[in-house]
Design a binder for this molecule. Structure first.
Ligand code: MG
Length: 242
């Protein structure tokens, strides 16, 4: 399993070997099934402020910080940058609607996968563009003993955010490993782009409505159909990359 994918990773990245010591996990759509709520709340908030946005666009934009998303929508709709005040107001409204959606469930298979990684003594780092307090707080309740502030990169730690490689480069630093000693786990096209740009072997899990080709087109080394599939095949993956 994965031999061909690893070979093409090595050829493209110029690394001699892949020896994985850490897994860098995105949060929304990977650890929590929160994307349907994000899609609903982004579209509703955008509409209230006269901005044009469709649900598939939310999935395409996933991974950007809230401010960057609002700026892009304002550029598209009004042909100008968003003001600080607009960014704050719209993001606050989006968060309000998001929180009213209820609490997103942990993704099926996520706990199984995280525990399997931890059992092997490998490092786990969260790398999310989210600044959503409700979900960050929920990490500890749903995945006890896995996450602490030292192994988390959130919206509060980055300047650029995904699709810039910055968040994953910070993630490598937090894990204390090189790019060829890590795996990125992502569901979003822009998140995959960020992982690939950071020079890291990137596994996409397609947990949303976009076609697999969107994820492989951004450079994902592998596309798995779900987190449960990844968890069930973790031993094989680890044998290949570890
Ligand atoms: Mg995601």
């Amino acid at each position: 399993m994965l031999q061909q994918e690893i070979s093409s990773y090595l050829a493209r990245s110029g690394n001699k070997q892949l020896k994985v010591k850490a897994f860098l996990f995105d949060m929304d759509g990977v650890l929590f099934n929160s994307m349907p709520f994000h899609a609903i709340s982004w579209c509703k908030a955008a509409k209230e402020f006269g901005l044009e946005l469709s649900e598939p666009q939310v999935y395409m934009n996933e991974g950007r910080t809230g401010a960057s998303t609002i700026n892009e929508l304002t550029m598209k709709t009004f042909g100008r940058e968003a003001t600080e005040e607009e960014m704050e107001k719209i993001y606050a409204r989006k968060s309000e609607i998001f929180n009213a959606c209820g609490v997103a469930e942990p993704m099926k298979g996520a706990a199984q996968l995280l525990n399997a990684i931890k059992e092997r003594g490998l490092k786990i780092v969260l790398v999310t563009g989210s600044g959503q307090k409700s979900l960050l707080d929920k990490l500890n309740r749903c995945f006890p003993g896995i996450f602490s502030p030292e192994n988390m990169v959130t919206a509060f730690d980055v300047k650029f955010g995904k699709p810039n490689p910055e968040p994953y480069l910070i993630g490598l630093k937090k894990a204390g490993v090189q790019a060829n000693e890590a795996v990125v786990v992502e569901n979003a096209p822009l998140g995959v782009r960020a992982g690939v740009a950071a020079g890291i072997f990137t596994i996409a899990v397609n947990t949303g409505p976009l076609p697999n080709e969107v994820l492989s087109g951004e450079g994902a080394n592998v596309v798995f159909p779900s987190m449960q599939y990844f968890a069930d095949h973790f031993a094989e993956v680890y044998n290949a990359v570890g």
